[in-house]
Design a binder for this molecule. Structure first.
Ligand code: CO
Length: 145
């Protein structure tokens, strides 16, 4: 478990995978993106582990991820209570979630997930705490192989 070699010019982040946006009303948010921008949902999923229902809207090779809580004690529900609707997290695509997570850990970063875990649409993900990441909740996203 090592931090990336600082002399290595290759970034661990390969794409902007998605921006996660917390909303109170998923259908209303979907309608806004569809009617205003012509941007339509390409994937929907209920993730019981996180207590959210998500709708993914493809924008080129990235997604807008609309997130709505499915239970009052889910992290997204607590976020909405404290902060209201808006930008919740940024998902960066990585080749290997475990390698990226190890680099965060080795750099002294605060982790939310100690190990990679299943995300939506078959991805493998891990969250990095905003503390130590300049105020942004970061999700490391490894595409299904
Ligand atoms: Co996400």
């Amino acid at each position: 478990m090592t931090r990336r070699d600082p002399s290595d010019p290759v970034s661990l982040l390969t794409e902007l995978d998605h921006v996660g946006i917390a909303v109170h009303d998923l259908e209303a948010a979907i309608a806004y993106y569809r009617d205003t921008y012509g941007a339509t949902v390409t994937h929907r999923e209920r993730i019981e582990l996180d207590g959210v229902e998500e709708a993914l809207i493809a924008v080129a090779d990235s997604y807008i991820q609309l997130l709505c809580p499915t239970r009052p004690d889910s992290p997204v529900a607590r976020f909405l209570e404290r902060r209201g609707e808006g930008l919740h997290h940024v998902g960066y695509r990585v080749d290997d979630c475990a390698t990226a997570l190890a680099s965060v850990r080795a750099g002294g970063g605060a982790l939310i997930d100690e190990a990679p875990r299943p995300g939506s649409r078959g991805t493998t993900v891990a969250f990095v705490h905003p503390k130590g990441a300049f105020g942004t909740l970061i999700e490391l996203v490894q595409e299904p192989s």
